[in-house]
Design a protein around this ligand. Structure first.
Ligand code: COA
Length: 329
């Protein structure tokens, strides 16, 4: 059998209507618009206010959009992978709820947890399934309702995150296109630099865990910032080197949107002109697994077949990586 490739043939998205601005955050915690903008690049983020709606709702909307934009019958989908740290339930997987909602009756579905690197790791998993010949069409979705695990009394973290979802459809190609190469890393976070302390099997929910706000994410910002800056820049340089790419060759950097300063450091290291960097952190903040597919969706009209993209992320785990993609459509 000749080598198969997994190309991205379409994108979809969902962001909630409610806009939480820096000005509104000033009324909730001791912070200010200028601090947030200069330290992070964030102006506003979207929040899913409807208490009955959760991550599967946003993931479903993103999936429906990509199916519609690519003219795909949900019954053609072989696999659905949802990357998320904010599943609707501990189980069943959010991907199973999406499978039901979109009527992908032939697909099997599961979630992937790699925090802010979740979409990248899921993209790799999906593309490997296609390259192996076992799947023809895979839906890869990054979706997070971060507002459900943000502590809005903690100014160190509540300014950073927002809600949203992005989806891509992967399809099999004979030509060399799509996911060409990837480099992924993990360094187990035994210092708990970035984590959600309770709700898992180590500290199940109790009155105490609720009283202590242990169901919200915690981040030690400074060390994570340092590791993220080094990690994203190093791994992006590594994937360029492995594929003989210079800053001139790369058409787009698609970085995880955690902090504008981390994004700029990565672009500098890659020798990229700032005009080639996808940035929407100002509008959405850090939507965890959704940042990269949201960028791909927003820039999809400006992408041409053959464009060379470097996707890169860093997140809880600690996990990080870069993926080299040739745009397929
Ligand atoms: N408003 C105003 N002041 C704030 C604040 C806020 N929202 N949050 C923190 N501060 C204060 C701190 O208390 C500290 O004050 P102090 O010096 O009196 O103690 C000061 O601002 C500086 O805090 P520091 O944490 O050093 O700021 P920073 O420049 O590192 O920026 C982050 C903080 C969170 C923006 C930054 O560390 C970051 O982006 N971290 C990594 C995020 C990331 O990549 N995560 C991985 C993927 S999700």
């Amino acid at each position: 059998m000749s080598k198969r490739y997994a190309g991205i043939t379409g994108t979809g998205h969902y962001v909630p209507e409610y806009v939480l601005t820096n000005q509104e955050l000033e009324t909730i915690v001791d912070t200010n618009d200028e601090w947030i903008r200069t330290r992070t690049g964030i102006r506003e983020r979207r929040i899913l206010k409807d208490k009955d709606k959760a991550t599967s709702f946003m993931a479903t909307r993103a999936a429906e959009e990509v199916l519609e934009r690519t003219g795909t019958d949900p019954k053609e989908i072989d696999v659905i992978i949802v990357a998320t740290v904010t599943p609707d339930y501990m189980f069943p997987a959010t991907a199973c709820l999406v499978q039901k909602n979109i009527g992908a009756t032939r697909a099997y579905a599961f979630d992937m947890l790699a925090a802010c690197s979740g979409f990248l790791f899921a993209l790799t998993t999906g593309s490997n399934m296609i390259e192996s010949g076992r799947a023809q069409k895979v839906l890869v979705i990054g979706a997070d309702k971060m507002s459900s695990i943000v502590d809005y009394t903690d100014r160190n973290t509540c300014i950073l995150f927002g809600d949203g979802a992005g989806a891509v459809l992967l399809e099999a190609f004979e030509e060399e296109t799509g996911v060409i190469d990837y480099v992924h890393y993990t360094d187990g976070d035994d210092q708990c630099l970035l984590y959600q302390p309770a709700g898992g099997s180590k500290r199940p929910a109790s009155h105490e865990t609720v009283d202590l706000h242990l169901h919200s994410l915690r981040q030690d910002g400074r060390p994570v910032f340092k590791k993220a800056t080094e990690g994203m820049a190093d791994v992006s340089a590594e994937i360029m080197q492995r594929n003989n790419l210079t800053g001139e060759d790369v058409d787009w950097l698609v970085p995880h949107q955690a902090n504008l300063r981390i994004i700029s450091a990565t672009a500098n290291r890659m020798g990229l002109d700032p005009s080639k960097v996808m940035i929407n952190i100002d509008k959405y903040g850090n939507t965890t697994a959704a940042t990269i597919p949201l960028c791909l969706y927003e820039w999809s009209d400006r992408l041409s077949k053959g464009d060379k993209l470097v996707l890169t992320a860093f997140g809880g785990g600690l996990t990080w990586g870069a993926t080299y993609v040739k745009w397929s459509v």
